[in-house]
Design a protein around this ligand. Structure first.
Ligand SMILES: Cc1ncc(COP(=O)(O)O)c(C=O)c1O
Length: 404
């Protein structure tokens, strides 16, 4: 077999092979699997901390006179021990997008003032519940939200989520864009922005924040696009005379396959410096993927290996319902063997146990002879996996553990 096809592009100090055995966060993954069993997510808090520190360092480099905040987008992963640990660091607040997320964040020790709420098509009951959290900051995504929030919170400061009609995301993946050529539900467009400002003023609200989250998963080659997005956002920023903050959303990506390089955070920070260091605006960043995704593995049990026509299938005992991104967004979760074996590798299609045609974990993964191996790990399962899991086919059970 062609050994060149097998690549361990994802190896790093805390996720690598030692004497042919996979180690994660200082533990032999084979032992983790034996201990916890299949359909188990394991997260490394040390890796989350490393990611957070690296991001904060880059933001320091941007020399922002108005300072910065990191708000963890908890939709990425809401595992309680993880949220609690993050709160204890004191290094990040929370980006929440539903009242239940706010409740959960509060139960983990965050205060309403630590939470930035991104409105998204809220119901009357949502507004009523959110208005009870004194100090919670609302980023309004529509004229309707501005009007309704004013009824609940007369005189409040608000943010406006804008839609600059341009977005940035992982290369060639328009399904990850929240703004761009296609009209989306996210934020207020240029055409309605003056009306938004007049509406806010007429309702007695003060617009102190502009918020733009325009897509997910961008890496270094997309930084020019990010630059173009920020430039378009300046049009909105310049129209607000009582602005205190700019929230640039999340969207910072991590490598998903061998052709990806890690995001160059120095270059990213230089772009921010160019636009914001000469102002006194406080910059908010609300990453989910960047903090969590590469800090998690999903451990699964092999069910079968079988040749069908020209394809060798490797079955595992969980499907896309436990980690939907590969099926929904074509974002691969690379399968990784727990043992390297004898150095021979074979192309396999890794599939789950859900009765749907889209239930393919990985189309062609080069893996060793799996005869003697009971388990397989999927990397990059730390974000948008368990938090998006469903009970489709009544196969929704999984376990989660935070390694500390
Ligand atoms: C408003 C908002 N902020 C932040 C995020 C986090 O994005 P990411 O995980 O790509 O950093 C999202 C994700 O969709 C979002 O919708």
């Amino acid at each position: 077999m062609d050994r060149r096809q097998y690549s361990t592009w994802w190896q790093r100090a805390d996720l690598c092979y030692q004497a042919g055995q996979l180690y994660f966060a200082g533990r032999a993954v084979r032992q983790l699997a034996a201990q916890f069993g299949s359909r188990t997510f394991v997260y490394s808090f040390a890796r989350v901390r490393e990611n957070l520190n690296r991001l904060r360092q880059a933001l320091e480099e941007a020399e922002l006179a108005g300072g910065f905040s990191v708000l963890y987008a908890m939709k990425a992963n809401r595992f309680l021990p993880l949220l609690t640990r993050l709160q204890e660091t004191g290094l990040c607040g929370i980006d929440a997008c539903s009242p239940s997320e706010v409740e959960l964040a509060l139960s983990c020790g965050f205060s309403p003032a630590d939470i930035s709420f991104t409105a998204g098509n809220l119901s009357r009951a949502d507004y009523e519940q959110l208005a009870r959290y004194e100090g919670l900051f609302m980023d309004c995504d529509s004229l309707h939200t501005i009007r309704t929030w004013a009824q609940h919170k007369p005189g409040a400061k608000i943010g406006i989520r804008i839609n600059p009609a341009a977005g940035v995301s992982r290369e060639a993946n328009s399904t990850l864009q929240y703004a761009g050529k296609n009209v989306t539900k996210f934020g207020i467009y240029q055409e309605q922005f003056d009306e938004a400002l007049t509406t806010a003023a007429a309702c007695g609200l003060t617009v102190t924040k502009i918020h733009f989250h325009t897509g997910c998963g961008y890496l270094t080659p997309q930084l020019d696009q990010l630059e173009a997005v920020i430039e378009r956002c300046m049009w909105f920023i310049e129209r607000c005379d009582q602005l205190e903050r700019v929230n640039m959303g999340g969207g910072l990506g991590v490598p998903h396959d061998a052709s990806d390089q890690p995001l160059d955070l120095h270059q990213w920070a230089r772009g921010l410096k160019k636009h914001f260091s000469g102002t006194d605006l406080h910059l908010e960043v609300e990453p989910g993927e960047y903090l969590l995704k590469d800090a998690g593995l999903l451990l699964l049990e092999k069910t079968m290996v079988e040749q069908k026509k020209d394809t060798l299938f490797l079955g595992v005992d969980a499907g896309f319902n436990l980690a939907p991104e590969p099926a929904y967004y074509q974002l691969p979760l690379q399968p990784v063997p727990l043992e390297l074996g004898n150095g021979q590798f074979f192309p396999m299609r890794v599939v789950g146990n859900i009765n749907e045609a889209i239930d393919v974990w990985y189309d062609e993964s080069w893996l060793p002879d799996m005869e003697g191996q009971e388990y397989l790990a999927l990397i990059n399962a730390g974000a948008y996996s368990s938090s998006m899991a469903s009970n489709h086919c009544m196969r929704g059970q999984f376990k989660e553990f935070l390694l500390t």
